[in-house]
Write a new protein. Structure first.
Length: 292
């Protein structure tokens, strides 16, 4: 099968019309996906997408959709993604491909790959580095994935054509798919995302610790707003992410603790030269990343 025409030749289903799934639906609609379907508990989201001509069909019942599609994107929280596949394992069409958008890959790949493969269905783990603290169908954006890195976490035993087909869809969407091992992915996002969400919450709790909240509220400006934006993210989702990736997050927190201890030593010793060097080194690393 030629991979260049997958968008125009395949029937695609999206499970979940939250910000990630909904944004995916909007973008696939823009690039004229051959046939796009959705499965969601939210009937109003399905109706709105149907009324706007984004979907060819939609249902709250997976058995209405899964048997007729070639590629399924699961855009649900981690536990819900695993449970959805287990609950509907007999409905997936043999020969089809399933992928997801979950931000922790270890448990999903271990739980889902083999049970789907037993049914003749391929599973390729995926994680687009996109999204915001907002959620829901009302916060969808067709440009959400434009130029975004999308990590794909196939195993060495996975079928190359299935990997290429998933990669091709993301490329057509405008994203940059990159293959990476499951463990490397989970360690990477623990450092670059997951532990940072915990730190954002820790900053909120520290700033408003009750010592003088009234004055602190008046003094909070851009620095507080910029470093705590993600603390407004979905609480249940981030509790779940922390649960699934806690070992790698613990490693990131241990490294961060070493950094805090170094800063504390500089302050204790009034070593302003080291403080300046610390600021300079951090600025250099951030500026270098921002230019990329």
């Amino acid at each position: 099968m030629a991979t260049t025409s997958i968008i125009n030749t395949s029937r695609i289903a999206i499970v979940g019309l939250g910000q990630l799934g909904g944004s995916l639906a909007l973008r696939l609609g823009e690039i004229k996906c051959r046939s796009l379907y959705a499965i969601s508990r939210n009937e109003s989201s399905i109706k709105d997408a149907l009324d706007r001509g984004i979907l060819e069909g939609g249902s709250t019942d997976a058995s209405d959709i899964l048997p007729v599609v070639d590629l399924t994107f699961i855009c649900l929280p981690l536990t819900a993604s695993i449970q959805f596949v287990k609950d509907n394992i007999d409905h997936f069409r043999p020969g089809s491909i399933v992928t997801d958008v979950g931000s922790v890959k270890g448990d999903i790949v271990r739980e889902l790959r083999h049970i789907l493969l037993d049914k003749g269905v391929y599973f390729i783990g995926g994680h687009p580095m996109a999204g915001s603290e907002k959620s829901g169908w009302s916060n969808c954006n067709s440009k959400l994935y434009q130029d975004a890195v999308v990590f794909l976490t196939p195993t060495p035993e996975d079928e190359p054509i299935a990997i290429d087909l998933v990669k091709n869809v993301w490329q057509n969407i405008g994203a940059r798919p990159i293959e990476i091992s499951v463990d490397r992915h989970d360690k990477t996002v623990a450092y670059t995302s997951h532990f940072i969400h915990l730190l954002s919450s820790a900053i909120c709790k520290t700033v408003f610790s009750g010592s003088d909240d009234e004055a602190h509220e008046l003094a909070c400006g851009g620095a507080y707003r910029d470093t705590t934006r993600i603390a407004s993210s979905n609480v249940n989702m981030w509790t779940e992410i922390t649960k699934y990736n806690h070992e790698f997050i613990k490693n990131a927190l241990a490294d961060f603790k070493d950094e805090i201890n170094s800063i504390n030593d500089y302050l204790e010793n009034k070593n302003w030269q080291e403080i300046e060097r610390y600021f300079s080194d951090a600025k250099s690393k951030r500026d270098q990343w921002f230019k990329q």
